[in-house]
Design a protein around this ligand. Structure first.
Ligand SMILES: [Zn+2]
Length: 75
């Protein structure tokens, strides 16, 4: 029986023989997944946040910036 391994990009389970082809087909490579479940470190998380932020509309960018800079508890 082949080992079952978890895809570190989408978190689904695959047999170890199929994981590489799954990543190539579903995520376009080993590291290019647009949204991974678990950022490996702060650097990775920040890169992802910036990527996601860049895809937002102007209005939503303002919205996000506002939420990030104003603490929710502020009256
Ligand atoms: Zn995957």
């Amino acid at each position: 029986m082949p080992d079952t391994v978890r895809c570190d990009v989408c978190g689904r389970l695959f047999s170890s023989r199929h994981l590489n082809s799954h990543k190539r087909l579903s995520h376009g490579g080993n590291t290019a997944g647009p949204i991974a479940e678990n950022p490996k470190n702060d650097q990775d998380a920040m890169r992802r946040i910036v990527d996601l932020f860049g895809g937002l509309s102007k209005e939503n960018k303002k919205n996000v910036l506002y939420r990030l800079t104003v603490p929710p508890a502020t009256p």
